[in-house]
Design a protein around this ligand. Structure first.
Ligand SMILES: Nc1ncnc2c1ncn2[C@@H]1O[C@H](COP(=O)(O)OP(=O)(O)O)[C@@H](O)[C@H]1O
Ligand SMILES: [Mg+2]
Length: 355
C-alpha cells in the first residue's frame, strides 16, 4: 500500500529500440502540484501519457491512490487533461464542450448544468456558456479546456505544455490562474513544461528530466539554488565558467587566482591542487560603485564591457584582466554604463565544482 496520490516505480517506456523513459520513480502526495521539466525529447510527455493511460509502460508500476493502474484504460481513470492544442470541439459551445465529459459519464441534465456553471465560475468565465471557441480569445479557450478538465471532479489533473501556444502576457496570467484553480480545488496535479520559469513559479515540486531519466527533484528553491549536477545547473542558464588556479588558503577558504592579479576566496570541501573549472551563477554576483567590505567576500575591480537591459534586470558583461563574465542584477537606482569601472562582489559559496 501507499499513501501517495501518485506512486510511479521504475517506470520505463521503449519504442522499439528507442528508450523514451527509464528507471523513473515519482511519489506525489495528495494535493501536490508537480512540474516535469526538461527540454524537448527528455521523456516528459511519455511519462504523462503512461500516467494518463494513453501508453502502456514497458516496465515498472504506476499506482494512483494506492491502486495499480498499469492496465486500466484511459476512460476508467477519471483524470482531467489539458494539452497544448486544447482541442475544443469547434462547433460546440463552451457549455457543450465542458459538458461533454459529463454526458459521457451519464450525469443527469440538471446536475450537468449546475456543474458546468460552477466550473465556468472557477475559471472566471461565468457568462460564456453560449460562445463558440472561435468567439473566444486563446486564453479564454484555454480556460474552457481547464473547465472541461475539472468539471468531472478528477482524481488527477494532467497538463502537457498547456501554455506554449499563448503569447507571453497571457502565459503569465494563465500560470497564476491554473495555480489558483489547483489550490482552490486541491487536486493532485502533474504539469509538463520545458519552461523553467513556469515550473519554478507554479510547482510545489519540480522534477528535472533528461534523456528519459529523472535528474533531480525538489522544491523550486532547492532545484535552482542547490542543483545536484552540472546538467541541472546549466539547464537554468546564466552560468559562467571560470578556470582558477590555487594560490593558498585563508582560514577555511581556498584562495584562487582567476585572472592575472585577480584572486578570490572560495569555500569547498575539496583539496584544490591544480587548475580547476568553476561554475558561477550570474545572478549570484553583484556590481557596486564602491568596494563592499567583508572578510569572506571577494571584491574585484572590473570594467563593464557590455550591458543588456532586460526590464527589471540587466545583464552586464564585465572584464577582469583577460576574463569576461556575466552578471545579472536588478536595475535599481544604480546603473553601470559600458566602459565604466565598477566593483564585483562574489561570495565564497557561489563557486561550484562539478568535475
Ligand atoms: N510514439 C513514439 N514512437 C517512437 N518514439 C517516440 C514516440 N513517442 C516519443 N518517442 C521518443 O521518446 C523520446 C521522449 O519523447 P517525449 O516523451 O515526447 O519527450 P518530451 O515530451 O520531453 O519532449 C524522444 O526521443 C521521442 O522521439
Ligand atoms: Mg512533450
Amino acid at each position: 500500500m501507499t499513501n501517495f496520490a501518485i506512486d510511479i516505480r521504475k517506470a520505463a517506456k521503449w519504442y522499439g529500440s528507442v528508450c523514451a523513459v527509464q528507471d523513473f520513480d515519482l511519489q506525489v502526495p495528495e494535493g501536490q502540484f508537480v512540474a516535469l521539466l526538461g527540454s524537448s525529447g527528455s521523456g516528459k510527455t511519455t511519462t504523462l501519457r503512461m500516467l494518463a493511460g494513453l501508453e502502456t509502460p514497458s516496465g515498472g508500476d504506476i499506482l494512483v491512490k494506492g491502486r495499480r493502474v498499469n492496465d486500466v484504460p484511459v476512460h476508467k481513470r477519471n483524470f482531467g487533461m489539458v494539452f497544448q492544442n486544447h482541442a475544443l470541439f469547434p462547433h460546440k459551445t463552451a457549455f457543450d464542450n465542458i459538458a461533454f465529459g459529463l454526458k459521457y459519464r451519464s450525469v443527469k441534465a440538471e446536475q450537468i448544468r449546475e456543474r458546468v456553471r460552477r466550473a465556468l465560475e472557477i475559471v472566471r468565465l461565468p457568462h460564456c456558456e453560449d460562445r463558440l471557441p472561435s468567439q473566444m480569445s486563446g486564453g479564454q479557450q484555454q480556460r474552457i479546456a481547464v473547465a472541461r478538465a475539472i468539471v468531472i471532479e478528477p482524481d488527477l489533473l494532467l497538463f502537457d505544455e498547456p501554455l506554449s501556444s499563448l503569447d507571453a502576457g497571457l502565459r503569465d496570467e494563465m500560470r497564476g490562474e491554473i495555480k489558483r484553480i489547483q489550490q482552490t480545488l486541491g487536486i493532485t496535479t502533474v504539469f509538463v513544461t520545458h519552461d523553467q520559469a513556469e515550473a519554478l513559479s507554479m510547482a510545489d515540486k519540480v522534477v528535472v528530466m533528461h534523456n528519459g531519466r529523472k535528474q533531480q527533484e525538489g522544491t523550486p528553491e532547492e532545484i535552482y539554488r542547490t542543483p545536484g549536477s552540472e546538467f541541472v545547473m546549466r539547464f537554468f542558464g546564466n552560468v559562467n565558467e571560470v578556470l582558477g588556479r590555487p594560490v593558498g588558503r585563508s582560514g577555511a577558504l581556498t584562495r584562487i587566482e582567476i585572472a592575472e592579479g585577480a584572486q578570490v576566496l572560495i569555500r569547498t570541501d575539496r583539496e584544490i591542487e591544480a587548475e580547476t573549472r568553476f561554475l558561477l551563477r550570474a545572478d549570484e554576483l553583484r556590481l557596486s560603485a564602491t568596494p563592499v567590505p567583508g572578510e569572506e567576500v571577494s571584491c574585484l575591480q572590473v570594467r563593464i564591457v557590455g550591458r543588456e537591459y532586460l526590464g527589471m534586470l540587466a545583464r552586464y558583461r564585465v572584464e577582469i584582466g583577460d576574463l569576461v563574465i556575466q552578471v545579472i542584477q536588478p536595475v535599481e537606482d544604480k546603473d553601470f554604463p559600458e566602459g565604466q569601472s565598477a566593483w564585483l562582489t562574489i561570495r565564497p559559496d557561489s563557486w561550484r565544482i562539478w568535475s
